[in-house]
Design a binder for this molecule. Sequence first.
Ligand code: HEM
Length: 443
Amino acid sequence: MSGTLDHGALKEIPGDGGAPVVGDTFKFLSGYFYENRDRYDRYGPVSWMRAFGQRTVTVAGPDAAGEVLQNRDRAFANGPGWGFYIGPFFRGGLMLLDFDEHHLHRRIMQEAFTADRLAGYLEPMNATLAEGMARWRPGEAFGVYRAIKQLTLDVATRTFMGGDLGAEADRVNTAFIDCVRAGTAIVRFPVPGLRWSRGLTGRRLLERYLGRQVPGKRAADGADLFSALCHARGEDGARFGDEDVVNHMIFLLMAAHDTTTITMTTMWYYLATHPQWQQRCRDESRALGTDVLGFADQDRLVALDLVMRESMRLITPVPVVARRTVKDTELLGYFLPKDMPVSVNLHFGHHMAEYWPEPERFDPERFAEHRREDKVHRNAWMPFGNGVHKCIGLHFGTMQVKAAMHQALLNFEWRVPDGYRMPVDWTSLPRPKDGLPVALTAR
Ligand code: HEM
């Protein structure tokens, strides 16, 4: 397409700059755009706004979003797109690499996510989940979000690192949280004590902490993800250098942690508000006849799988993904100049009545074989993204969610008061503002 681009024949992108000075930064942070039907009706699938001091093109709906993610013209790049938000804290992570370099790293990293490797991660994962849940204290206001966040952190420590974090555990955990939160800082340069600065400090601590351990991981043959990255080789024998391993570990820990936490929290919420589905999933887990999920059992949790898909549709764990144009290009007949930030809205597409009947209704059966509403468009449902950057941890994340939910369903029941609606904070990734308090009872 490049070279043949006829700017004059293309449409100008419609949009507006929002409020004076700040533009739409605060609306962006509040999640307003993720569900903003008015904007879509006014401007269509491609429009511009102003956030974080720059003009940004927002792309919504499966046609436009799909085109950007498929990226046939190689005009949309991840590094400069995501880099604006999280670059200083997650540089070198797979999601921030582009084109040939990305392809090379992805091929090597794939070795850490083969079926054999995944099966190897499941055993320590199950043990960590069981130990973590054994510490839960049932009660009338059990905070689901916090408990699950701790659980996924413990799982990451064991399956990613191969052990506990030792004396530095608290500092390492804080460093992660600071890195993740720094991405949506309003003040985007280091002021001591503010988010950006704390993120940079966190990054340095993680680099030192992980870097020290690389030689030991290379020397041994552990079953954890850290070891897998140290030993992974691409088809031509290429492998990661020490710095690559550290960069990928920092990114993977982040990529896995918040996404699985919010997915499970959302599932807990919908299973609490739809007790018949909670019971259906529990009956299915009991029918498996095993306390912990085996690798081959995953496909047998059919109802749980439907609930997971529907939960990710309703509250999309990564609501938008970022890109930046690296050359002039065209999108659905609109002209996009080089060097333009682009926000691809995944969440919005999951709520479009054009594709989903009663889009706000929790209806997991819509994904069942006899309905498969997600097949209405190849990009209708894409919580894991699409194209060459599609989530490499899809099967890892799904396995972790199912293993955790299986144990939770067998050991606990939970409910919320009639009429309860979970308030969502959309700053950074979505999470419940109230921590999702449920009445938890042990079975
Ligand atoms: C339910 C859980 C998860 C969700 C919803 C999710 C979502 C996503 C999305 C939307 C992308 C695409 C980003 C883009 O196009 O810019 C992505 C990429 C990625 N995810 Fe996940 N993710 C999940 C779990 C995980 C886990 C468990 C891991 C690792 C163990 C992981 C590692 C990655 C990596 C490395 C990438 C970058 C892939 C690339 O650029 O080639 N994710 N994820």
